[in-house]
Design a binder for this molecule. Structure first.
Ligand code: SF4
Ligand code: SF4
Ligand code: FES
Length: 480
């Protein structure tokens, strides 16, 4: 472990670390644009320069290996002068349109301008203009004037997603980031990660474009339910103290964007584009009304009827949801598990055109908690249901049930969160909350637990499955 000195303080660096890595790992700040812990070193932005004592020139700390006894200055007058010159160069042709830029508030260019430059451009030449709103893909727009050509996005597509979808064409102030002709970014299921890692506001998400200033939003930690990988995500939504009182109130309870949760490191965090589109899953039309054979009834009245039907049933079968949390599944097992023959249902299957599986993150099982359900109900519960001939009641929990395959004479108790025609055909329909309205855990395919917390309040007309199942225990029927 080489000992180096940063601003006079002794630091034990790791062998093979760079000065930038050693400094960041030990609490010293050095700015960087093009360096990223998960990508190869490009060394093209020069903002990370430091001074090695005894040398008269600046060094790029992101590409400088530590050496025993090395003495580094990260914030000397010479270093600050160098960084100011670098910022003047990087912003030479930059439009500085922060007022309309989605990255404002989380942009390294803004932060470093304030920290190291803070003065207007010294150039007397007009700025070189370039393409704005260039469609890099169906999901991503590129503002070439804001691009500082750090090549993080290019390296991501080469080294992480391996789509080789991006490159830089031409030279000098005519340089342009462009999608490679034969490798369109549209085919890269991980493309939106480049929006996160772009250090400036050059890469723009079409779905988030001009939707919200980031300082009005807050992230809530959650788990992507899009497949059995269960990636940790942040769901961004409007802060309660900044709720809108005009415009559509739905904006206060909408998902603004989804990003990976966690600190960038050699393993990411990355998520696939399906994880970015959770609004498409969670913001489908909701079922919020309990029903008795299609007729609206109070939630409590519907629970009473369901409890009675369960109490009368001799051979009930339950199809439990692989989108249920561990807590909800455990509540079902504890309250009703002995009474029902249980099968774990695959609520979702791959959509047409959706990448089914790859050797990076995406898993073929499009449900977040099959492993948690199997752990509670047994490995053979996760198979095509075999209904006993005399099945007289089926409790269906969640989506993905083929109702035509259910025993025709069986009563149906349906527990679901979204509008679908079968809600109205069930003997009893019980609406329940969704993941963004409650806390819980999923167990992913390799046994890792993922936690989620609520972003929004549930409607009073819907139940939480974890409290609903204990209320369906027939022994709770009031005596006459
Ligand atoms: S678009 Fe962003 S990430 Fe890509 S080269 Fe330009 S500044 Fe870097
Ligand atoms: S890999 Fe699976 S869990 Fe991760 S973001 Fe994509 S769909 Fe969601
Ligand atoms: S971060 Fe070192 S040159 Fe860009």
């Amino acid at each position: 472990m080489p000992e180096i000195f940063i601003n006079g303080t002794s630091v034990q660096a790791e062998k093979n670390q760079t000065v930038l890595q050693a400094a960041l790992a030990n609490g010293f700040f050095i700015p960087y644009f093009c360096w990223h812990p998960a990508l190869s070193i490009a060394g093209n932005c020069r903002i990370c320069s430091v001074q090695v004592e005894g040398r008269s020139w600046a060094e790029m700390s992101c590409n400088l290996p530590v050496a025993e006894g090395m003495r580094i200055l990260t914030d000397s007058d010479a270093v600050r002068e160098q960084r100011k010159a670098t910022m003047q160069f990087i912003t030479l042709n930059h439009p500085v349109d922060c007022g309309i830029c989605d990255k404002a508030g989380e942009c390294k260019l803004q932060d470093y301008h304030v920290a190291y430059n803070g003065t207007p451009s010294i150039s007397i030449d007009p700025k070189v203009t370039s393409t704005k709103f260039h469609a890099l893909s169906e999901r991503i727009l590129l503002d070439n004037e804001r691009c500082i050509l750090c090549t993080r996005c290019v390296r991501f597509t080469r080294e992480i997603s391996k789509s080789n979808a991006l490159g830089v064409k031409k030279r000098g102030d005519e340089s342009l980031l462009r999608a490679a002709e034969n490798h369109p970014l549209d085919d890269d299921p991980y493309s939106d990660n480049i929006i996160d890692i772009c250090p400036v506001g050059a890469l723009l998400s079409r779905s988030f474009l001009y939707k919200a200033r980031v300082w009005y939003l807050k992230p809530t930690q959650s788990v992507c339910p899009g497949c059995a990988r269960g990636c940790a995500v942040d769901i961004w939504h409007r802060k309660p103290e900044w709720h809108l009182r005009a415009l559509d109130p739905k904006q206060n309870t909408s998902i603004a964007r989804v990003t990976p949760h966690g600190v960038p490191g050699p393993d990411g965090p990355w998520i696939c584009n399906k994880g970015r589109d959770l609004a498409k899953i969670f913001e489908r039309p909701r079922a919020e009304q309990a029903m008795r054979r299609g007729h609206p009834v109070d939630l409590d009245a519907a629970i009473d009827v369901a409890r009675r039907l369960i109490g009368e049933a001799k051979r009930p079968v339950a199809l439990v949801s692989s989108w249920g949390s561990n807590e909800e599944l455990a509540a079902f097992r504890q309250a009703l598990g002995d009474r029902f023959k249980v099968f774990v249902k695959r609520d979702h299957v791959p959509e047409p055109g959706e990448p089914v599986e790859d050797d990076f993150l995406i898993r073929a099982d499009k449900n977040p908690n099959t492993a948690g359900a199997r752990a509670l109900f047994g490995a053979d519960s996760d198979r095509e249901p075999a209904f006993p001939e005399d099945t007289d009641l089926v409790l269906v929990w969640g989506e993905g049930c083929n109702f035509a395959s259910l025993p025709p004479r069986a009563r149906i108790v349906f527990v679901n969160a979204y509008l679908q025609p079968e809600n109205g055909h069930a003997d009893v329909f019980l609406p329940v909350s969704i993941q963004t309205e409650r806390a819980g855990h999923y167990t992913n395919f390799d046994g890792t637990l993922g936690a989620f917390t609520p972003c929004f309040a549930k409607k009073p007309t819907v139940a939480d499955a974890a409290t609903l199942f204990p209320a369906l225990v027939p022994s709770l029927v009031a005596s006459p």
